[in-house]
Design a binder for this molecule. Sequence first.
Ligand SMILES: [Zn+2]
Length: 490
Amino acid sequence: MTKKLAGSAAGTAAWVTNVGNEHGQVLMSVLTAAEGDGLLPMAAGLMQRYREAQEPPPRVLYVDRECCSLTGQTKVVAMFHEWDRLVVRLDVRRFARGVTTESHHFYGQFMARLSYSIFEWDKDDIARREKANMSKEGERITKLSSREVARHCHRRTRGVPETERLIQELLDAFWDVKDDLGVPLIDHAQMEEIWSTQRRHLHCIQDPQGVELYTKTGEIRRGGIRLPVYRCARGSTSLESFHLHLCRFIPGNSASALHFQVYLLEGLARWNENRARAAVEGAPRTRTHCYNATAQLRPAHPGVRGSHHGRKLHQAHREYTGKDVIGPDGLGGYQHVTALAHTLVELLHQAFVPQHQAWQIVELWLKLTDRDKAAVSFPPCHQDRLVKGRFKTSRSAHTPGVDSVQRAFLGKGAGAAQTPKASRLVEAMFVELCQVHYEGRTIAGVRVNRWGVIMREYNTIRDIVVSCQTLMANTSINLFLVNQRTLMQW
Ligand SMILES: [Zn+2]
């Protein structure tokens, strides 16, 4: 994200530090030139805000680095010196970074056992939950989905000795596991380094004594039994997903210091609003949100949705004819992109493309700038991994061989799912689909979230376009594969 800073501010920041509260709201977001540097004013400001609001100081702070120090007091504790009862804890997921790839066949199993090694479920909660399920389903015990278990049950850490033993067993069991393609699950060198450092921090991931991490936010009745609904404040999970969205708060590739700040604040305000709503309603997040600044044009009345809105926006685009419109990436010719995108989105209402319409689309295609017409070049899916430092391994760590093997097996034409921003045309189509669908929808009695609906429609358009001979022969429209995951990260 810091790379988007342009003009006189370019290159002045390299790190983003975010502090969130137990509701996942971001209290502070700071850009600094170096890791951990110059954060003192941030800490002072936070302490002041708590003091002035007469809020009791926080009891636990989850960090993703520098949880403890061999020489006594850690930097973090020193920084928040006013909060004398503050306990610093390490976020658990940092441990998982040594595994080769998330798409590995055994990744899920490994992670589930890792979680089991660290946490145990509260037995009373589980028993209550099972009883409720049984009474509802008659004699049959239905398996609890992990989501249900997480909503209705507490868990706690197992303590250092037990976790150490269980993780060692887990590593021994999975050390040489390979999938059908011979790709190992664990990168030995990396995992050895991680485990040797992380075992010193096992006490840092234990739940703090005397702090209630669970809040009961509601209750549901199932099979005549009341089940509490909990929210858990452990770790920084909610901030982790925040990082994915943060970059998209700022549209395009560059912004001046002022615009950067305004977009950032606007995005943060939206994020916090949504977290606040979730906290008050006590509802789990049923709807996924998109924080992409370019997709934020909302209908004036959230209750009103439908294609007439998209049409109105489109007419606005049409009035620009003759003028060059700059796209979100800062390049011109965008009016042709939106015109084509709109026509393609309109195809949704028909089963195929009639001949005369196909030629209209070809005409629109020909108007595109050469850059938009050129073959889509996808951003690289891998990066060289960083092995230096305790936590430098990025989540998408690349293991030589894994990506290329997988790609070869997917075959030509299939390819991995891409982010919509790889092409202005595809991105414009998603912007339009986002405007039409502000909410989810019920399809055949099943509630589908907004992104599910959008994905479905994009794929329909894709099928219609691909099956049209005229379009395939005369244009190189590339509606590549997008999935919900790449869409969410857009
Ligand atoms: Zn530690």
